[in-house]
Ligand binder design. Structure first.
Ligand SMILES: NC(=O)c1ccc[n+]([C@@H]2O[C@H](COP(=O)([O-])OP(=O)(O)OC[C@H]3O[C@@H](n4cnc5c(N)ncnc54)[C@H](O)[C@@H]3O)[C@@H](O)[C@H]2O)c1
Length: 401
């Protein structure tokens, strides 16, 4: 069976790597750079080894392309393109629309179209199906299904095989074919009664994280004002064997999912006249953490950061990945600069970011740890400046939340 995967980023390439074991996979991406790298056997995604791509290229099980014509005889098409927010922080479905155009214009035989991109309930039924039909040259009937992706880049204990996968088709035939497809490489398939339930469940999973992270970030501020350790208090609460789940404070949330997906849920809630107050407030608390942290650092340093050299340690949005999308480091740097600090950053996993390179881990007046990669030595962080503020709770001996 020939499978097209539209979008070869974190989600699409990860799926390609599992699907290519069983099917002939065409990885379609609008970026010529990504396609060229992949066809040279070079992976640009953590967790997908270049050797695996090379193996599937050599066996003919995988190829990357930017040409719509290359997907025309595919029987299964997976959509794995970005679903960001617009400048006005509204859902931006333009990438999904463009994926639908590629499908509509190139697939003339009936196929199974599965959306793995995260979006609000109703996207498959009210947006994707009509868009594919609108772009189609012939009046072909496709099958449509949703299976939201749960990949956690950089994670090794949970993967496509052992992470339960939600799915639902628009028809029972679409559901049956979706089950058949994923059962080749996923052990636990969970069918729900409608695509809208699957779409909403994905948004709720990430909203649950966003709200709990905001709660613990607010609690970190309360604990500090009370003069008690937030970490010791959380560990104490965590001895309760039921009804509690430990989240830890941070400089804020980052990545493609947690800062973005809850806003998709809030937008659809508000469109239907339902409140989304927790979601909106959680977003504000998480965004404000960077300002709180910079104010704490200023207060510890004579109330003023003017002219101080500040080194931000770790700018990726989470440990051990190079992904800087929506990283909290950006806001921390913005607030430090607005207080007059001379800011540089150290992150050898990221390397280059916004035209700047990773600085040496030494010689600053102040160091702020936003993300602690395993490869960065704790002692070197502590030696990098006379004052070190750690937002991760991982650098013993530093000041912190
Ligand atoms: N990254 C994650 O951890 C994660 C986890 C679960 C779900 N998701 C969701 O999966 C979706 C994809 O996210 P991602 O992290 O893989 O994004 P990504 O930015 O890593 O990759 C998207 C890829 O799609 C390509 N692309 C953009 N528009 C295209 C088009 N019209 N046609 C073909 N290719 C196109 C881009 O060039 C890019 O290579 C999003 O909806 C996201 O919310 C992401």
């Amino acid at each position: 069976m020939k499978v097209a995967i539209i979008g070869q980023g974190y989600v699409g390439l990860t799926i390609s790597a599992f699907a290519a074991e069983h099917f002939q996979v065409v990885g379609f991406d609008s970026s010529e750079r990504v396609v060229s790298l992949l066809n040279q056997g070079k992976s640009h995604i953590e967790g997908v080894e270049s050797d695996l791509i090379k193996k599937y290229l050599n066996s003919g099980h995988y190829s990357a392309t930017s040409s719509g014509a290359s997907i025309q005889d595919c029987e299964v098409i997976i959509i794995a393109v970005p679903t960001p927010l617009t400048k006005e922080r509204r859902p931006d479905l333009s990438f999904i629309d463009s994926a639908c155009e590629t499908i509509g214009k190139n697939i003339s035989k009936s196929a199974l179209i599965i959306n793995e991109s995260t979006s609000f309930p109703g996207t498959l039924r009210k947006f994707i199906k009509p868009a594919v039909e609108r772009y189609s040259k012939s009046p072909v009937e496709h099958l449509y299904a949703i299976s939201p992706e749960r990949v956690d880049p950089g994670r090794t204990d949970f993967n496509q095989k052992n992470t339960p996968r939600l799915f639902s088709g628009l028809t029972s035939e679409a559901s049956a074919k979706t089950r058949e497809f994923y059962s080749k490489f996923c052990d636990n398939l969970v069918e729900v009664s409608s695509p809208e339930v699957a779409e909403a469940a994905k948004l709720f999973e990430n909203t649950f994280r966003q709200v709990n992270i905001a709660l613990v970030n607010e609690f970190a501020q309360i604990a500090h004002s009370l003069g008690i350790s937030v970490y010791e208090t959380l560990d104490a609460a965590n001895t309760k064997p039921y009804g509690f789940m430990k989240f830890t404070p941070s400089a804020g949330v980052g990545g493609h999912c947690i800062p973005v997906d809850p806003t998709y849920l809030a937008a659809v809630a508000e469109e239907h006249g339902a409140p989304a107050t927790f979601i909106r407030r959680a977003n504000e608390v998480n965004l404000d953490m960077s300002k709180y942290i910079v104010n704490r650092i200023a207060a510890d340093n004579g109330g003023n950061l003017k002219g101080k050299s500040v080194l931000v340690v770790g700018v990726a949005y989470k440990p051990n990945v190079a992904d800087v999308r929506e990283t909290a480091a950006e806001l921390v740097i913005e607030h430090l600069r607005s207080q007059g600090a001379a800011v540089s950053w150290h992150d050898d996993v990221v390397g280059n970011w916004k035209g700047e390179g990773s600085a040496l881990l030494q010689g600053a007046d102040i160091a702020v740890v936003v993300t602690k990669h395993d490869s960065v030595d704790e002692k070197k962080i502590l030696a990098s400046a006379p004052y070190v503020f750690d937002t991760t709770g991982k650098v013993k001996g530093a000041k912190g939340l």
